[in-house]
Design a protein. Sequence first.
Length: 96
Amino acid sequence: MDSSQQLGQNVDLSKLTDKDKQELQQFLLNESQKARIQQSVHSLTDICWKKCVTGRISSGRVDGKEESCLQNCVDRFMDANLTVLKHLEEMRMTSL
């Protein structure tokens, strides 16, 4: 068992104030959202790679067509990501 697990077991959550409990709950929610976003990034990276890199990479570089496809895929991902982030920010602002 590592030190972070030991620390977690030694904390008596019933001793936290309501404000501290709310902050902890918000922190856990934020971390959960970050984890979901990171999983999405990994998933979309995998999708772009499988879609665009169809040949063998023997030179340590992708060819021009694959590079263009990857760039377009990343651009679309960034567009989607910005839309999601704007929506999350709007949700955060309405909950304050």
